[in-house]
Design a protein around this ligand. Structure first.
Ligand code: HEC
Length: 163
């Protein structure tokens, strides 16, 4: 005897399967870096020793930098402001610059902003000197790999010159 097919159950199962696949896809894309080369290699690295890396990451989390910034090219679920990514920032700014920036009462004097007031880089001048030093040292340690710079420059050149 043929079992009677309950179409509602079939439809429900299909919907559940789709929803499940969608959730898996979303969760996977959240944890995935957006830039990688063919070997799944991130173009970013840190020169920090493990102690500095821990201290810097802890401050990054507790001071809620991740509400605005991206790091390790993974957008945090907390991020609500399109502030510049801090990946490789140490290849752009040195430790002295970063220390001055984090210590400034008005960071926009050093780096002008086009953001709305509430999205601008806040002043961290009220942190202890030790904390500002850790931040400066940690962010100075975040570097960009040469192959990524080379690729970025040649892609930019192609865009500008068509060659
Ligand atoms: C309210 C959002 C917000 C928070 C929180 C925040 N930033 Fe920023 N940050 C920005 C914006 C926006 C800029 C770009 C300059 C501007 O618009 O003021 C910036 C710029 C920077 C820069 C300079 C980037 C460059 O291109 O030179 C560094 C470094 C930086 N932030 C580090 C941090 C660190 C470290 C923390 C946490 C201690 C932090 N930021 C917290 C919004 C934020």
């Amino acid at each position: 005897m043929l079992a009677k097919i309950n179409w509602m159950t079939v439809v429900n199962t299909v919907i559940l399967l789709f929803a499940g696949a969608l959730i898996v896809a979303i969760v996977q894309s959240m944890g995935k870096p957006s830039v990688q080369n063919a070997n799944n290699e991130l173009p970013f690295y840190t020169t920090a020793d493990p102690d500095l890396e821990r201290a810097g990451s802890d401050l990054y989390r507790s001071l809620q930098c991740r509400n605005c910034h991206t790091i390790w090219s993974v957008k945090s679920v907390y991020q609500s402001v399109p502030a510049p990514s801090l990946d490789g920032i140490g290849s752009l700014r040195n430790e002295e610059w970063l220390y001055r920036y984090f210590s400034s009462e008005n960071p926009q004097e050093i780096l002008p902003s086009r953001m709305k007031e509430k999205y601008k880089m806040p002043s961290f001048a009220s942190l202890s000197e030790k904390e500002r030093k850790v931040l400066a040292a940690y962010f100075a340690s975040l570097r960009v790999k040469d192959w990524y710079l080379d690729e970025t420059i040649s892609a930019e050149q192609k865009k500008l010159t068509g060659k």
